[in-house]
Design a protein around this ligand. Structure first.
Ligand code: PLP
Length: 406
């Protein structure tokens, strides 16, 4: 059965917009995806009908709100195939999920002289929290490099892993190179040394069916707004036996069992890590996004994006002077490029005037740019609602940019 993109596009009201009088061509999906109508409806319905703070009330609205929130947790559990909802912590996004682990895992397991490994292609969100930890604990941050194609040099991991390594933090899919990393292999290698692994799945959760049990991931961070859900919501998957051993990372309501001035005891999982009023409406809307994504068909969606990526890569490569940054063996839905020596901002600004939204700059991966000795790239990132015709418009736009700069 062919993937019916035009039907799917009808579910995304924003895609009918015009920008500078031109139909919007939205290729900034790695920064944030657009939201289908059902997600917008969930947000509106919640506010209009059942809004009430969760976990604290006996009245009907609060019970309904709480049920919706906990059902959302079950939807996320099923989406990542965790064993239990105790392993799903709602956070404000992938950044918060990573900070949670860097803090709590760091408190429990990282001491002076210990080592943390991140890869050279991480988003700043998966570098800085570990640097903060290393500064706090006098631990050492080590870096797993990638080659000029954008493939991680896995053999180097064997050299980097020592008896002092405590955790490896690596992304599933690079947001600036599009590389799909061999995370299962990385996890296997790490576990052979008794080392834990956090996967930054901000981009990876949009790349096929997830199975944290099959991956044997210790932690997997998810971002709601990158999988068709709202901003301000995300999740952290963590193995229950590990989460049990970690101290809370924030204090406040909901994460406690009892409080006296002498001593506070903490709530059970997953609430121990959810201090304060949770973004329960965001969680319900995220669940709605996940269900929508599943209805569309995750595998079919990825297949469609992959075929668009191949088409975009071939078409852009055919333009004289276009240089693609990131040519890894396994790539998905993200294409970073430069047009001759035209500054990425100029390319982005001109494309914008044609209604084409691409991102320009470092994409929060300055070390990646340093690797290639460049200031930034133009990044087109795809979603299942994008079309071949839109790729053609991008390609036409890039040709026009080239002409304008002589
Ligand atoms: N990690 C990667 C690879 C990303 O691409 C991003 C966002 O661009 C993040 C982390 C941060 O995600 P969030 O916006 O959910 O905090």
């Amino acid at each position: 059965m062919s993937f019916n993109v035009s039907k799917i596009r009808e579910d995304f009201p924003i895609l009918t917009q015009k920008v500078y009088g031109k139909p919007l061509v939205y290729f900034d999906n790695a920064a944030t995806t657009q939201k289908p109508q059902c997600v917008l409806d969930t947000i509106e319905y919640f506010h209009n009908k059942i809004n009430s703070n969760i976990h604290r009330g006996v009245h009907s609205l609060s019970v309904e709100s709480t049920e919706a929130y906990e059902q959302a947790r079950e939807t996320v559990r099923q989406f990542v195939n965790a064993k239990s909802t105790n392993e799903i912590i709602f956070t404000s996004g992938a950044t918060a999920s990573i900070n949670l682990v860097a803090f709590s895992f760091g408190e429990a397991f990282v001491g002076e002289g210990d080592e943390v490994i991140v890869s050279e292609m991480e988003h700043h969100s998966n570098i800085v929290p570990w640097q903060l930890l290393c500064e706090r604990k006098k631990a050492k941050l080590k870096v797993l490099p990638f080659d000029d194609n954008g493939d991680l040099i896995l053999e180097k991991l064997d050299e980097l892993l020592t008896s002092r390594t405590r955790i490896i933090a690596v992304n599933h899919v690079s947001n600036s190179l599009g590389t799909v990393n061999p995370i299962k292999q990385i996890i296997e290698k790490a576990h052979a040394h008794g080392v834990k692994v956090l996967i930054d799945g901000a981009q990876g959760a949009k790349h096929g069916i997830l199975d944290v049990q099959d991956l044997d991931a210790d932690f997997y961070a998810i971002s709601g707004h990158k999988i068709y859900g709202p901003t301000g919501i995300g999740a952290l998957y963590g193995k229950q036996e590990l989460l049990e051993q970690l101290p809370p990372w924030q204090g406040g309501g909901d994460m406690i069992a009892t409080v006296t001035f002498e001593k506070t005891t903490y709530n059970q999982l997953p609430f121990k890590f959810e201090a304060g009023t949770a973004n329960y409406i965001g969680a319900a809307a995220l669940a709605s996004a996940i269900k929508y994504y599943q209805r569309v068909g995750i595998e079919a969606a990825v297949e469609h994006e992959d075929s668009l990526l191949e088409y975009a890569t071939q078409s852009l490569q055919a333009i004289d002077g276009v240089r693609i940054i990131g040519t890894a063996k396994e790539k998905t839905s993200i294409i970073s490029f430069l047009v001759g020596d035209i500054h990425p901002y100029d390319t982005g600004m001109i494309l914008d005037k044609m209604g084409i939204a691409v991102r320009t700059g470092t994409h929060c991966t300055e070390p990646v740019m340093a690797h290639f000795g460049i200031d930034g790239t133009v990044r087109a990132s795809l979603a299942f609602y994008n079309t071949k015709e839109e790729v053609d418009m991008l390609v036409g736009g890039v040709k026009r940019v080239k002409q304008m700069f002589g």
